[in-house]
Design a protein around this ligand. Sequence first.
Ligand SMILES: [Zn+2]
Length: 427
Amino acid sequence: MVDSRLLHEQLSRKVEELWQEELEFLKTMIRFPSLSGKEHRLQLFLADYLTTKLKLQVDRFTPAIQQIEKHPGFSPPKWTYEYSDIVIGTHKGINPSEGKTLIFQGHADVVSAEPATEWDSSPWEPLEKDGRLYGRGSADMKGGIAAMIFAYRAIIECGYVPKNDFMIQVVPDEERTGNGALAALEAGYTADAALIPEPFGLQASVGQVGALWFEISLRTIKKDDYKQTQTNVIEKLHTITSSLMAFERYLNQTRSHLAFSDQDNPIDLNIGKVTAGDFASNEPVHATIEGRVALLPGEQISERKQELLDWIKQETKNDMWFKENPPTIEFYGFHAEGTLSDDTSPLFQELDAAHERVTKTKPTRRTLPSTTDARHFQLYYDIDTICYGPVGGQFHEVNEWVDLNSIKDVTKVYATFLANWCGVEKK
Ligand SMILES: [Zn+2]
């Protein structure tokens, strides 16, 4: 029987010893511009690392659409997964009668760094300054991936092995669909519990909203016969954007959820991309608006879709131009439901205990105004899952940063948590 206080102290010392290496490892990861759909090179590096340094049994494959497209958690992509590898490293438990199985899961992809010229330094060359590390993906979520990998390294380098199965999963396309996580689970890579190192400031998440992506297309099908001149579709974009904003207000006025009562507008609607025209002297015939709308836990994807279709129809029905040129709405990318967690579960208790040991502070909770891969584990596989990771800021924006001390703390928390959850013994 390993003394848990002693074990914790050993692991924490080992994390300190390995810290410079962990920092260099994180910087190396940031230098791979692993945008969604371009995770391949980073994943090759990680697959090699898990094999050679962690001695895990590694599987690497790309998500196969035909294996997940009928799944309720599937989000339809408009892109292929040719360069989007999933990497899974497995340790087979040596004494599975005690302890429980565990997955540490992180996403390899990062969002666009544009406009890159607005950054104070290159988004792909990590910059260390005042205890922070700047770079695209430093917080979301390469800092967390470094922590989960070095937590396991601390365990094996202290001479311990987990008694139960332990897995590191690094998945692609989390930022657009979550299909990487889904494909890994559908391939049979499951466990009793999972931890996702999203950078939420050492606070365990207890709920998250869902997200649905949409694209509204305007097209001049019929030229105006009620006017001398043709209407430019760009002029009509305004009708759609303002009706989307009204839709967001309507949703937040008519829906609420106790878990999200601390947030002003939990059902966020974001207009993220508008395109129209290609030449100053031409009149465009086509324009698109792409966006994302949230769902509270319990709300259905199909209902939100219908509400948006009905809303746009209603808002444009008295407009002569829209009558002859009805907009079309397509749904692609995120089809993510919201979820809630029971924070009294054994998983939360074990993580809370590790958090208190390392930080000497009481654990706190938060709800997320965004979606994460946790939903797949919770909703479709009944796997208790926590998002808990380092402190960071400017996610998805310019000058993204992560707090380095918090990564070290999180690495210690993960190591102690992993050792206690799976159980360990001396090799
Ligand atoms: Zn993330």
